[in-house]
Write a protein that binds this ligand. Sequence first.
Ligand code: ATP
Ligand code: MG
Length: 319
Amino acid sequence: MLLELVSNIFIRDSILEILKRIGNAYSKYYEIKTNEKLCIFPLTKDVFKKSLDRLSEIQNKEDENLNGNVGVDIIKQICLNSISFKYFQSSSKFVINNISLNIPINKTTAIVGQSGSGKTTLIKILLGFYTPQKGNIYINGYNLESLFIDQWRDKCGSVLQDGFIFSSTVAENIALGTKRLDIDRVKYASKIACADEFISLLPNKYNTRIGNTGIQLSGGQKQRLLIARAIYKDPEVLIFDEATSHLDTENEKNIMLNFEKYLKNKTIIVIAHRLSTVVNADKIIYLDKGQMTEEGTHSSLLRKKGSYYNLIKNQLQNN
Ligand SMILES: Nc1ncnc2c1ncn2[C@@H]1O[C@H](COP(=O)(O)OP(=O)(O)OP(=O)(O)O)[C@@H](O)[C@H]1O
Ligand SMILES: [Mg+2]
C-alpha cells in the first residue's frame, strides 16, 4: 500500500517534471520563433506555465464525490435557499448576497444584470464548482453537498463564458465526452445550434480539424459549436452563459426559436443581455451587485418599471 502510494507520487511528479521540461524547451523555442518574427503559436510562455500549474492543482485535488453519497434521480426540483458567497474568506463583501430562487423545471429562466453582478458566479455555485458560505442548494429536496456531484453535473449541459475548443475534428468536438460518436445526433445538435450551415462550408465538413492545430473558428462559430456540444449531450438541464454574445441578432433569434421548438422538455437557464434572448423566458431574474432585486416575466417586469425596464429601454434606444 505504502509502496504503491510512493510509486504513484513518484510517477506523478516525474510526469509533471517532464512536462515542465517540455514547457521550458517549448518556451525557449517560442522565444526564438518570436525573435525571428515567425511565431504562429497562440500559446504563450505564460499560458503554458499557468496550464502546468493548473495541472498540478488538479492532480492534488481531493475527489469531489468523497463528500456526496446520494444518487441523482430525474430532476424535479432546483431550489436555492438564502445563498451567499464570496471568493475570499477575508473579504467583507459577498459577491452573491442572500439569493433565494426556484428554477422552474422544463421551463426557461433568464438571468440578467450588469457586468460583475454575479451571474456567472451563481451558475458556478449551482454546478457545484463553488460552495456558498451561507445557505443551501436543494436538488429534488437533497442538499447539493450530499449528492454525487458528477451525477448532478452529468444532468447539466453548460456553455460557459470560457468554453474550450479542442484540437480535434468538428464532430469529435461536438460529441465530446461520449463513448460513441453518433453522426446523426451531431448533425441534429448542429442544426438546433444553427451551426450546420457554416460547418457544411468547411473543407471536410464535420471531419474538419479545428482548434489549435486546425482551422480557427470565429467567436460566433465557436459559440454555436459549444451550444451544439451541450445539446448533443442531451442533458435535463441546459445552462447558457452569454452563449450567443458573439452572434448577430438574426442568428441569436433563430437559435432561441430552435430552443423553443426542439428543447421543450428541458430546464433551461440562460444568461444574456439581449432582449431577443430573454423576452420569452418563463422567469426572468435581475441581479444587482449580487442581490436578486427583481423576478418575474418580461411583461410583469416592464410594468414594474424598475431595473429590468431600464435595461430594455436603454437597449431599444441604442438600437
Ligand atoms: N475567480 C474569481 N476570483 C475572485 N473574484 C471573482 C472571480 N470571478 C468573479 N469574481 C468577482 O465576482 C464578481 C461577480 O463576477 P461574475 O463573473 O459572476 O459577474 P457576471 O455578472 O457574470 O459579469 P459579466 O456579465 O461580465 O460576465 C465580480 O466582482 C468579479 O470581479
Ligand atoms: Mg459572467
